[in-house]
Design a protein around this ligand. Structure first.
Ligand code: MRU
Length: 353
């Protein structure tokens, strides 16, 4: 099975994505060709979720260079760096965007010949490898996740870290989807995830499609469901993990972690190990994207829901302090606090740390 959310065309001239802004009401596909197409699709969250953004950007760099025609090596590389920097500037928080672009750029730079066709072939190989690796990593993360829960558990989710945001199983939702395939009966409580409603529009859609019992709640209901004992674990994905385990994810994630600590509910972060950015020492080094205030004031409403003159602050992500995170689940194993010890150990071995 291949992912449907981000697909490189056979001829390498376009990338077809599911337009996530239209879900759950319409399943629409968009064909991306130019650098501007990729920039806009990522910026507007038509393709979103840290791994999916990276995969789309990497393929986007290949596709746009493929459409350029013949150029000498120096010109080719200059133009490639220019386009990569432009696509990379679309969103600042997810490290996957930067990683994927750098990998595809390196493939061209390291190609030993000077012919454009050879450089392009190397770029194609690299960007498809990123997606293939993500498929395998999501599956491995999901298998590890299943060791942390039991049949019948209630699981609270925030934002969307499912197949749309990644490849096939997903990270944060992978355990639930793989578990359902194996016959587990989980009860998911899905935060709607204001202001862009990734929980309501995408997670509820994906879990329902996978046959999982899913109950949608407003973000401010997480406390009551934990207090009522309905939640055995919280599952989230992430956009960047600092070397000390501080984790950036969708706005509201850190609030869920604080509540989970209060009620004694384990709080798990799921991500490929490539989402760990050893160059960020702590969460303070992670750049947080700020978005248009209209996402809070008027988007999704038939009339504005606040006075036009009122100020709005709209950070798209927050950082959950490492000590609030019970474990970080990666394809290489499960890290536990203190992460300044377990994260470096992760890169030294392939089993549980
Ligand atoms: O702004 P978004 O919708 O791209 O934010 C996505 C998230 O915060 C996800 O939880 C994260 O990228 C992990 S996706 C596997």
């Amino acid at each position: 099975m291949r992912p449907e959310n981000v697909v490189l065309s056979e001829d390498g001239k376009s990338v077809v994505i599911i337009d996530q802004t239209q879900l759950p009401n319409r399943l629409e596909y968009l064909s991306l060709v130019t650098p501007e197409d990729f920039y806009e699709a990522i910026k507007a969250l038509k393709v979103r979720g840290a791994p999916a953004i990276g995969i789309c950007a990497g393929m986007g760099l290949y596709v746009t260079m493929n459409g350029l025609g013949d150029a000498d090596r120096e010109k080719f590389l200059t133009e490639m760096h220019h386009i990569a920097a432009y696509i990379n500037s679309s969103r600042p928080t997810a490290v996957n965007l930067f990683h994927a672009l750098r990998r595809v750029e390196s493939a061209a730079m390291e190609y030993p010949g000077t012919d454009t066709a050879g450089m392009l072939a190397a770029m194609r190989k690299e960007c498809t490898a990123i997606q293939d690796e993500d498929i395998a990593m999501c599956r491995a993360i999901s298998e590890y996740g299943l060791t942390l829960v039991k049949d019948g558990d209630g699981v609270l989710t925030h934002c969307n870290a499912g197949p749309l945001a990644t490849s096939l199983y997903g990270t944060g939702l992978g355990t639930l989807i793989l578990g359902a395939e194996k016959g587990y009966k989980f009860h998911a409580y899905t935060d709607e995830t204001r202001p862009l409603l990734q929980g309501a529009r995408l997670t509820a859609y994906e879990l329902d499609k996978a046959g999982i019992d899913v109950t949608l709640i407003c973000d401010n209901m997480a406390s009551i469901v934990m207090k009522q004992g309905r939640i055995n674990a919280c599952f989230v994905g992430c956009d960047r993990v600092a070397a000390n385990g501080d984790t950036a994810n969708k706005i509201g994630t850190s609030g869920v972690a604080v509540l989970a600590k209060h009620y004694g509910v384990p709080f798990y972060v799921f991500c490929p190990s490539s989402t760990i950015d050893m160059e960020c020492k702590t969460g303070a080094d992670i750049k947080i994207e700020e978005r248009d205030p209209e996402e809070i004031k008027s988007k999704f409403y038939t009339e504005p829901m606040a006075p036009a003159s009122v100020k709005c602050y709209n950070p798209a992500f927050d950082v959950t302090d490492a000590e609030l995170i019970t474990a970080i689940v990666t394809e290489k194993g499960i890290c536990r606090y203190p992460y300044s010890e377990s994260i470096p150990a992760l890169f030294g071995k392939e089993k549980k740390c």
